[in-house]
Write a protein that binds this ligand. Structure first.
Ligand code: MRU
Length: 370
């Protein structure tokens, strides 16, 4: 996507040979500042993931893949395999819900099998690049498939924009490029279909307010920021035509983990007959799991993300403020699971299917025995 006249992906390398450096957009600085950073060590890559300089399912996977490259090129010669294995364990522990993280590390593990030293460095570099390119490509295809859903909604409501509600940020910032939930929105906007997006603020970290609103604004897509609890009211009053969210991990039966609060939007959509779609590349499926509520691990983050809020002060400085009594304790589950029965369809790089084992396997028959 373009920022200040330059095309950016969310993760890339700069330089050649020994000087080649991994770079990312520091998403904690948005929307107030566009800042990029270099990541030079595995510990720094882990910190970037844990502290959410990078975040979002696809980007977490791509960052982990590049993190293995960083591990391999900084590993001591006399403990190459041990160092890389320990680094992979550290990377794996950063964001437990994201299916793409496990998937990307498993891919790197396969590529490295039996290799060490320079050969291993070259192999994991090529695989990290392939994972990043595939992520961008798959998200572009999700846009093409999702476009037909938005076109159908536009035909049902001629003469006014299609109103789409989204939760959290599943745009290009959450992937290497394009995004999942927002990719069809960008495709529709670019095709001249009038669209308008309701952007859930997405407490506690406000990815909707700070990232989705920023992305949509830069692309010129009309949108309004809404309080997290407004969606149900809008649906009751016919102000939402479609909900499209992303996903962090989806079971083989179609249960979808996504940012906390997604389940409540799905319930409201179900009650009001509003189509509820989940957009994801196949790297987000966890074919080993069936029951998402029971089996998807849910990340619990620090209490201060709930107790505090961050924003630009009148003095022009980004500041954190406490929003509760100082001795109030808090809990902070980062994701919830929307059961497949509440999901109208899954938008993938291979097309749209029902949120069911049969629907998913109709697009991914090779995963039948996975
Ligand atoms: O905690 P985050 O910001 O890494 O959460 C990920 C998300 O942005 C959402 O859950 C998103 O809808 C799925 S990732 C494409």
């Amino acid at each position: 996507m373009n920022v200040n006249g330059r095309h950016y992906r969310t993760i890339w390398t700069e330089g050649q040979g020994a000087d080649e450096t991994l770079r990312i957009i520091d998403q904690t600085a948005l929307p107030h500042e566009f800042r990029t950073r270099a990541l030079g060590s595995v510990d720094e890559v882990c910190r970037a993931m844990r502290d959410m300089w990078v975040r979002g399912a696809g980007l977490i996977g791509a960052t982990a893949a590049w993190g293995v490259w960083v591990a391999a090129r900084t590993a001591p010669k006399d403990d190459f395999c041990g160092f890389v294995a320990r680094s992979m364990d550290k990377l794996r522990a950063t964001r437990p819900t994201a299916g793409n993280l496990v998937w990307a590390l498993d891919r790197q593990k396969k590529v490295m099998a039996g290799l060490s030293g320079e050969k291993a460095v070259r192999a994991v570099r090529a695989e990290a690049q392939a994972i990043a390119d595939e992520d961008a490509d798959f998200c572009r295809l999700i846009g093409e498939h999702g476009l037909s859903i938005i076109k159908e909604a536009a035909a049902r409501h001629p003469g006014r924009p299609v109103n789409i509600l989204t939760h959290c940020n599943a745009g290009w910032l959450a992937f290497v490029d394009y995004g999942s939930a927002l990719s069809p929105v960008y495709a529709a906007f670019d095709a001249g279909i009038p669209v308008h997006v309701w952007v859930d603020e997405t407490r506690p970290r406000n990815q909707g307010a700070s990232l989705t609103a920023w992305e949509l604004g830069r692309h010129g897509v009309p949108h309004d920021l809404i309080a997290d609890n407004a969606g149900g009211h809008l649906m009751q009053h016919g102000m939402v035509d479609l909900v499209i969210t992303g996903a962090d991990r989806v079971t083989r039966c179609g249960d979808a983990a996504n940012k906390i609060g997604t389940y409540l939007k799905a319930l409201a959509a179900f009650d009001n007959g509003v189509p509820f779609y989940v957009a994801l590349p196949s790297s987000t499926f966890d074919f080993a799991l069936r029951d998402g509520v029971r089996d998807i691990p849910i990340e619990e983050r620090g209490a201060d993300e709930v107790r505090m809020i961050s924003g630009l002060s009148e003095r022009g400085r980004v500041e954190d403020v406490l929003i509760c009594p100082p001795d109030t304790t808090a809990r902070n589950w980062a994701f919830d699971v929307t059961p497949a029965r509440l999901i109208t369809g899954l938008i993938t790089e291979r097309g749209v299917c029902s949120a069911s084992e049969q629907g998913i396997l109709s697009l991914y028959p090779e995963r039948k025995d996975a």
